[in-house]
Design a protein around this ligand. Structure first.
Ligand SMILES: CC(=O)SCCNC(=O)CCNC(=O)[C@H](O)C(C)(C)COP(=O)(O)OP(=O)(O)OC[C@H]1O[C@@H](n2cnc3c(N)ncnc32)[C@H](O)[C@@H]1OP(=O)(O)O
Ligand SMILES: CC(C)C(=O)C(=O)O
Ligand SMILES: [Mg+2]
Length: 587
């Protein structure tokens, strides 16, 4: 067995921020941020096979439909594909809505900034985005920069960008400027503030057109509270805060990008950059779907629309060629579905308690923080059955698919049947299989079963009437005579019996076939509506002289025949339990 090595010399503990009077822990999120979708840039740059122009085109249109107003569409100096795609967006009339800004990214290199500006010139509204790493690690190892040379480069590139954009009299575009001190989360905060002050002075933002300072956790370095401290520190120390939009850009190296982005907003950020389902370098960018639906499920409209999440998933999976994890928050295929018995029981009770509620009534369903219908999913797959499931979940499936509201005792009895089958096959049982199992077990469709071919029930005043306990007496106080023909295994049997009601007269008639059942439990309800209404009847019987109990289910338009069918279903189950007993021939 390999031993995990002692990490204490190789890795360092992240130094917390000295912010004794931090305010963010007592803040709450009550409105959505400005969103920036960077799927087509940060997401795209991390793919094995980056998207082609047509894939990007489709993705862009989807982002627009979802409601994103700021979309980072490319890294135009990276490739012809990115440059041409950006020009295609700009040059195709009507594809970029008037309220959508195209964002493009460039490093602090004058030649690349020029090409980046050219790629997007002419669009109505653009955000030019430059980045330069500010952490000691990057300055020393990657860029060979000092703090002062970094500031000088950032300022020079900002001035160059300005001359090509907002100071360019021939430009037809409304320009915004975004600057990212890349590796912010690992940088000296006072240095970042100093550098951003210099960039701000070079750009000269206004309140109506603020500069965007995007403060990335390029690599997630610490617990999310530390990132929030870093953001609050920046917001406190940068001057002219009203001319600044503070933006977050969290990567997910420690798996906390969502938390970091939420705490970062509490700490004062106005804007969040991320990708759908968190695609991006290494473990990805922050997941915009989760952030949006976290707000939505707290009653705050995120101003982006995931009401048809499955279509979004289709496009994202096809474009990225990476499947969405089945456990991904909200979007994963398994996240609105319960397999285990106690979860299913609670969800079923939750839906029962919600009966009669309107769609917009307060949502209170155990284990489901979001109504699946709000993201375009149905309730059908909320409960799925395998060997971990219980009676509640199974009853839910029967109720939803066959409209049968099983009494508790039948739920228990049938769940044992399902359990045995699930154990035997060693996998999930599909809803269709459970329906078929139910119909077979209670003889609703398949043979062998008793079938009522013909019958009549008539009063028989010649016999003494014995009222049954707990049953209403019929008005004439007379016994009932059942005369009929039942079919078993394609053989017809004429039978006759007496009882004080339809059921007991049939039960009595069955004695002649060696079937001696007493009705121990009876319940019924209507299924369907108006002319198509049917009666569903459930009967639990005890077999004379034994502890065996059998259940029967009968469905018919006629309520009496439904109950007779239920008794014959129970009789069929009784025969199943004695497979080698031939029926006696009635005299
Ligand atoms: C955290 C992020 O996501 S940042 C965005 C990252 N995205 C991308 O890199 C995707 C697109 N990139 C590319 O196509 C290419 O890397 C290009 C076009 C930008 C540059 O390509 P090349 O000229 O071949 O350079 P290469 O990629 O090898 O190396 C980067 C160079 O830029 C420098 N550099 C890195 N970041 C920056 C920056 N923000 N500003 C200025 N220079 C930078 C590096 O120090 C290195 O310089 P060196 O060659 O003097 O050592
Ligand atoms: C370019 C910057 C914003 C980036 O993607 C990062 O730092 O992760
Ligand atoms: Mg990034």
């Amino acid at each position: 067995m390999p031993m995990l090595k002692n990490p204490s010399t190789k890795y360092r503990l992240f130094k917390p921020v000295d912010l004794p009077n931090r305010q963010w822990p007592s803040k709450t999120l009550d409105s959505p941020p400005r969103w920036l979708a960077t799927d087509l840039r940060d997401g795209n740059q991390s793919l094995v096979d980056p998207m082609g122009s047509d894939q990007k085109w489709r993705y862009f249109k989807m982002l627009v439909e979802l409601g994103y107003k700021e979309i980072e569409v490319s890294f135009p100096s990276a490739s012809e594909t990115d440059y041409e795609f950006t020009r295609r967006l700009v040059d195709t009339p009507g594809v970029v809505p008037h309220d959508v800004a195209l964002q493009v990214l460039s490093p602090c290199r004058e030649d690349l900034i020029k090409r980046t500006v050219e790629s997007v010139e002419g669009t109505k509204s653009a955000i030019l985005h430059l980045y330069l790493a500010t952490s000691p690690c990057f300055q020393q190892i990657v860029l060979n920069h000092s703090e002062e040379s970094s500031i000088a480069l950032a300022v020079a590139c900002t001035k160059h960008a300005r001359s090509l954009t907002k100071d360019n009299p021939s430009s037809r575009t409304h320009w915004q400027y975004e600057f990212s001190p890349e590796t912010f989360s690992d940088s000296n905060l006072d240095f970042v503030v100093r550098l951003c002050e210099a960039v701000k002075a070079a750009w000269e933002p206004s309140e109506s057109n603020p500069i965007i300072f995007n403060l990335p956790a390029t690599v997630e370095m610490s617990t999310p509270n530390v990132y929030a401290d870093q953001i609050e520190y920046f917001c406190q120390h940068i001057t002219e805060r009203e001319k600044i939009c503070v933006s977050l850009h969290a990567h997910n190296d420690r798996g906390c990008a969502v938390a970091a982005s939420e705490l970062g907003q509490m700490a004062g950020a106005d804007r969040v950059e991320g990708t759908l389902f968190g695609n991006g370098e290494r473990t990805g960018n922050v997941d915009l779907v989760t952030l949006a639906l976290n707000l939505y499920s707290q009653g705050i409209h995120p101003k982006v629309d995931f009401s048809d999440i499955n279509s979004v998933i289709d496009v994202v999976e096809e474009s990225n060629n990476i499947p969405i994890n089945p456990r991904a928050p909200y979007g994963g295929s398994l996240v609105q579905c319960a397999f285990s018995g106690s979860h299913q029981d609670a969800i079923k009770k939750g839906f029962q308690a919600r009966n009669g509620f309107k769609h917009e009534d307060p949502w209170l369903i155990p284990y489901l923080p979001l109504d699946p219908q709000d993201i375009g999913r149905t309730y059908e797959a909320v409960i799925r059955v395998n060997s971990q499931s219980g009676k509640g979940g199974i009853a839910w499936i029967i109720q939803r698919h066959l409209e049968l509201d099983l009494p508790r005792g039948l739920q228990i009895a049938f769940s044992k049947v399902v359990q045995q089958r699930a154990d035997a096959v060693g996998r999930e049982l599909l809803a269709k299989e459970i329906q078929t199992l139910f119909q077979d077990t209670y003889h609703l469709k398949g043979a062998p079963r008793f079938t009522l071919v013909d019958y009549s029930i008539t009063p028989d005043r010649s016999a003494p009437f014995i009222p049954e306990e707990g049953r209403s007496q019929n008005t004439q106080n007379s016994m009932r005579r059942f005369e009929g023909v039942v079919d078993w295994n394609r053989k017809e049997h004429k039978i006759t019996g007496l009882g004080n009601g339809a059921l007991s007269s049939l039960a009595n008639a069955l004695h002649v076939l060696g079937i001696d059942l007493d009705v121990a439990n009876y319940s019924e309800h209507a299924i369907g509506k108006n002319k198509n209404v049917q009666a569903a009847t459930y009967i639990e019987c005890t077999a004379a002289g034994s502890k065996d109990r059998v259940w029967g289910v009968g469905i018919h338009q006629d309520v009496v025949q439904a109950s007779l069918n239920a008794l014959l279903s129970a009789a069929s189950s009784f025969m199943d339990s004695r497979p080698n007993t031939p029926l006696p021939v009635p005299q």
